[in-house]
Design a protein around this ligand. Structure first.
Ligand code: GLA
Length: 733
């Protein structure tokens, strides 16, 4: 890994063993994109770039110059100077002009990388893991300095980018758009893969052609959302899980975002990503700086599994910040689906006790323990224990749970308040609400104005009191509605365009403070399930509740989609009761567990209420998970068959030394008299002989090339496992 600057040709070449990223300085001094892809020789000068001849209707920098921005590939394109595609930034100057032009003025190259003030970002553990290039550009007329940051990683085919904008003039200006990255690509033969959904059905992979006009996904909900995710893939049409070219882009941010591809009519493609510029307007006074979030860009020629695996490794090693980083996650039991808010201490202790008997390690008390929280109309904002339900408080309950030999975890939703709460009665101006307008409620609650430091301080003080006076090992931080009427009361008009972003900065700052005060707590983020599952959150909370949908079959699809961009260890996944609360579907406890293993694993039901037979199975499941959780959570995942394309979905995890692997298959529907379906395995050592479920023995090459049969041998068809059945195969070399 290195970064070289060719002074004569004015080209920067960032490279490691797998990729090259080449940047040049265009004729007028703007920063150009020369190459991004498989590693090329770092001494190669990239030729024939940015020269396109004089063409009708194209505007040239100088009338006689053989250079027009319209045909250039650019790194951080401006508005108003001959490039008619969507710019990466827009700055409204005091005189009303939006025309800008950032010209190269210097650079720095150094080991490791710097943090981004107030924002989550990837980091190095040792300085030699990465190298950073800063390219400093200036627009002297508008008084803008922009620093483009590029970090190349030693161990991954990854470049991380973000941008800092500084006001170096004498007048305030307004940043109306400041994306994290722009990548101009020399051809348009790509597909955009993004991950869409809604509550209960998060992150379905969708593939779209991008060869004409604009394709875009975004969130304007104030959080990254269940609807679209700030992780996307640009892939070649023939790229599949095992071969072909693809680039992944993951925005390390949890608020409103945009992703856009723009094919122009000259056969070039612009890709950009960052904070959504809609209703964003950031006044920047002289000498002030604004930092965009970071975007992780990865490249592969070896298909989508390789792309995901590289991202997972980077996130596990260089994004997640927790004492649970790369550690097995505790098996938990959460009371939400068992009791909702209707519980007493006695009931909770009974549930926890049964969990302990089964082998659970952590008991989590969910919503309903505080204020007047007996249903979802009241209590949010009042983080004081409800002693009617818990007479000895969280202090007493956590001690009793600890005395059983269990860790104790607690649910909070610190970004919200209800009209029926002491907090709202005392501080009606602490909620986001537009003047003289009706507030739109969501789950009967309002969003607190985290752009106000006093609000964040208040929440910190309240939560500090609860956590520091009890024994708390885990926090589930929930967020159950999107932002509407995004207006900060008693704030200047000109500040209103900053609120969505300041809200997220406020959330990050509270995380930062709580993590500093309680470094041993394991945080799990949640937003009505997986509505804020993004790389920004993972920096603070190494795991996230993947979905409120705990139906075993639906979870196959949700966890499959999530695995494209996020590590297995980050996916909160529990076994819940059958019939399932969200879908009404009944599934065997074995099949519910077979999907939950591929994640943090836990239970979300009252184990006192299941049959003795199922309880015996739960004990076995927990034992099995304890024996294998490092492999489940940190093994290399190979997606083999998609639940969206096959009746039998399948994936597997493989240990680093390839001596152990776990394969799973999930059948959607039983087909009577089914033909023979085979699943081909991946990632094994072809020369190892593997014992499968302590029975059959097969070589790795046979398993990968011929595959194993999914037919239900030795069974009459009417004895089949039925719909939504699954299997687990443990392979040991
Ligand atoms: C959200 C979460 C659930 C649960 C409830 C509690 O819906 O996603 O897991 O915590 O809130 O109100």
């Amino acid at each position: 890994m290195d970064i070289k600057f060719n002074e004569k040709e004015k080209q920067f070449h960032l490279f490691n063993s797998k990729i090259s990223y080449v940047i040049g300085i265009c004729l007028d001094g703007e920063i150009g994109q020369l190459y991004f892809g498989k590693r090329i020789n770092e001494n190669q000068v990239v030729l024939d770039y940015q020269s396109a001849g004089l063409r009708p209707l194209c505007c040239n920098v100088k009338e006689e110059e053989n250079y027009t921005k319209e045909l250039a590939l650019l790194e951080y394109p401006a508005f108003g100077n001959g490039d008619f595609r969507d710019p990466a930034y827009e700055i409204l100057q005091a005189n009303g002009s939006r025309v800008t032009n950032l010209i190269f003025s210097g650079y720095r190259i150094y080991d490791s990388k710097e943090t981004i003030p107030g924002l989550p970002a990837t980091y190095t553990n040792t300085d030699d893991e990465a190298k950073t290039l800063e390219i400093i550009c200036r627009d002297e007329v508008a008084g803008i300095e922009a620093t483009l940051y590029y970090t190349i990683w030693r161990d991954y085919p990854v470049v991380c980018r973000h941008t800092r904008i500084k006001n170096i003039g004498v007048e305030e200006f307004k940043i109306e758009k400041a994306l994290s990255c722009n990548l101009d690509i020399p051809d348009i033969n790509y597909e955009l893969m993004h991950f869409e959904g809604a509550w209960g059905r998060e992150r379905t992979p969708i593939t779209r052609d991008v060869s004409h006009g604009i394709a875009s996904v975004e969130s304007m909900r104030g959080h990254s959302s269940a609807n679209y995710n700030p992780f996307v893939i640009m892939k070649r049409k023939n790229t599949d899980e095992f071969k072909g070219e693809a680039m992944g882009f993951s925005l390390v941010y949890s608020g409103n975002f945009t992703v856009m591809t723009q094919a122009d009519t000259f056969g070039k493609l612009r890709f950009n990503m960052g904070i959504n510029p809609k209703w964003f307007s950031w006044p920047l006074a002289p000498q002030e700086c604004f930092d965009t979030p970071e975007v992780i860009i990865t490249y592969t020629q070896d298909g989508l599994n390789d792309l995901s695996q590289n991202l997972h490794k980077l996130m596990n090693n260089n994004l997640v910040r927790s004492c649970y980083k790369n550690k097995p996650r505790p098996i938990l039991l959460n009371n939400w689906e068992a009791t909702e808010m209707d519980f007493t201490e006695e009931k909770i202790l009974k549930i926890a006790k049964k969990g302990k008997e089964a082998g659970v390690e952590l008991f989590v008390l969910d919503d309903g323990w505080f204020g007047a929280r007996n249903d979802d109309h009241a209590g949010l904002g009042d983080w004081v224990v409800n002693t009617d339900k818990l007479p000895e408080g969280i202090t007493g309950l956590s001690k009793k749970i600890n005395d059983m030999g269990l860790k104790f975890g607690l649910w909070i939703e610190p970004e919200m308040t209800n009209e029926d709460s002491d907090m709202y009665r005392a501080h009606p101006d602490w909620v986001l609400a537009a003047p003289n307008r009706k507030r739109t409620l969501g789950r009967h609650q309002m969003v607190l104005d985290y752009s106000k430091p006093e609000v964040v301080d208040n929440l910190y003080d309240q939560l500090y009191k609860v956590i520091s006076t009890a024994s708390i090992d885990y926090i589930k931080w929930d967020m159950n509605r999107s932002i509407t009427e995004c207006f900060s009361q008693n704030h200047d008009a000109k500040e209103q365009g900053t609120i969505y972003h300041k809200y997220i900065l406020g959330v990050y700052s509270l995380y930062e403070r709580l993590k500093a005060a309680f470094p041993n707590i394991l945080f799990e983020s949640c937003a009505s399930g997986g509505a804020r599952f993004d790389a920004g959150m993972l920096y603070y909370a190494p795991q996230a509740w993947t979905s409120d949908d705990t139906d075993g079959y639906e979870r196959v699809k949700i966890q499959y989609g999530t695995s494209f961009g996020y590590p297995i260890a980050s996916m909160g996944s529990h076994v819940s009761a059958s019939p399932n609360l969200q879908t009404g579907r009944s599934m065997k406890i074995k099949d519910r567990a077979n999907i939950a293993y591929f994640g943090t694993f836990g239970y979300e039901l009252d184990l006192n209420e299941i049959s003795e037979e199922d309880f015996a199975e739960v004990k076995e499941q927990i034992k099995f998970m304890k024996e294998n959780r490092e492999l489940f959570q940190y093994g290399t995942i190979y997606r083999l068959q998609s639940p969206f394309e096959h009746n039998i979905a399948s994936w597997m995890v493989v240990s680093e030394d390839k001596k152990k692997a776990i394969l799973t298959t999930y059948k959607k529907e039983n087909v009577p008299n089914m033909g023979i379906e085979k699943v081909k395995l991946a990632g094994l050592n072809p020369d190892y002989q593997y014992t499968i479920n302590s029975k059959a023995q097969m070589y790795g090459d046979y398993l990968m090339e011929a595959g194993i049969s999914m037919s239900e041998k030795n069974k009459f068809w009417f004895e089949s496992d039925g719909d939504h059945s699954s299997r687990i195969y443990v392979l040991e070399a």
